[in-house]
Ligand binder design. Sequence first.
Ligand code: NAP
Length: 347
Amino acid sequence: MAAKTHLALLQEEPKGPLIVRSVPTVSPGKGQIQIKVKAASLNPIDYKQFAYAYVSDKFPYIGGGDLGGIVTQVGEGVTHVKEGDHVCNAVFNFIEPMSCSAFQEYSTCDANPAVKIPDTVSFSQAATIPITFYTALVGLCFPTLLNLRWPGDPFPTPNPTPILVWGAGSGIGRHCVQILKAANYSHIIATASPHRFNDVKSVGAKAVFNYQDADVVEQIQNYLGDEKLLYGYDAISTPASLVPLVKIISPGGTLATVTPQGQDILPFEGADIKRARTFLAVILKPEGRAFGRKCGEYLQKILEDGPYSFISYREFSGGLAGGGVQKGADMLRLNENHGDKIVIPDI
Ligand SMILES: NC(=O)c1ccc[n+]([C@@H]2O[C@H](COP(=O)([O-])OP(=O)(O)OC[C@H]3O[C@@H](n4cnc5c(N)ncnc54)[C@H](OP(=O)(O)O)[C@@H]3O)[C@@H](O)[C@H]2O)c1
């Protein structure tokens, strides 16, 4: 009997064109599931890999880290999802085999971060969530990172400690604000472009500043007055965000970052401000798997019961062959998506 195959969108060589080709369909092993992908969304890592071979030297390369779909097979030991469940998942093709990636008809992936979605959530909506949500939650709550309140615990008393989220117009930053609000932090400060101010306030920020203002550092310092700022989450983590942040975070404070950039501005060791390097893939590693499952259970609960507010997104139709992945990657590279997720439905 001929081996099963399905279609994938792949790059055959570094920086090469994206083409649709048949690839083997893989059965799930221990701890894995197979998902019929229905929708996938793009993340910055996709354009970085397509354009600069940033993360992987494995070719043919299949991209995509966020997906929504239907479980078609369940591997040994997986109990929290079953065949037929509608799910979303974050997949990591730089750790897992390429058969996990989202830009293909079937993903065979680690089940740990997979979350059952209710009927009220579409596959496109589901595909906008996992990577940015989990990255926010890991940076905010993982014990070796900011180690802040867990949002699923009841905290009747608001916590007035100021916390700054830089880049709340990004997917990660907006999720940070939502999660902090759910943990009943009452003094969430954020930066974003003015067109995002109302949205960022609607999910929980008390004050929002325009990161493009030349005097944004002074504005935030004046706003804080004598109050210390001991917690920050830099959802951007480039020199453009780190330079102002090292002036705003108080000595002794901790800043969570999402890229390794700017070590000359804020080193990982030896500075007055501790740098908490957030690496989402920790949720697949032995030290982070239990935490990852806890994040998944929390996400499932808020998708079922609320509160959860979706990131705005644009759908590029035509499935894998429609050119939407390349168009979306170019938009992300040029920052022309203005914070919207790009979703490819109908895969
Ligand atoms: N460490 C990890 O494990 C991990 C995991 C996932 C992603 N990442 C990385 O995290 C970063 C953010 O990812 P994402 O998906 O959340 O990005 P995104 O949603 O594509 O964010 C883009 C938005 O960021 C805002 N922005 C851009 N430059 C800014 C600046 N200097 N200051 C403040 N805001 C700025 C803009 O929003 P406005 O509309 O407000 O201008 C822009 O629209 C990427 O570098 C990504 O590769 C890391």
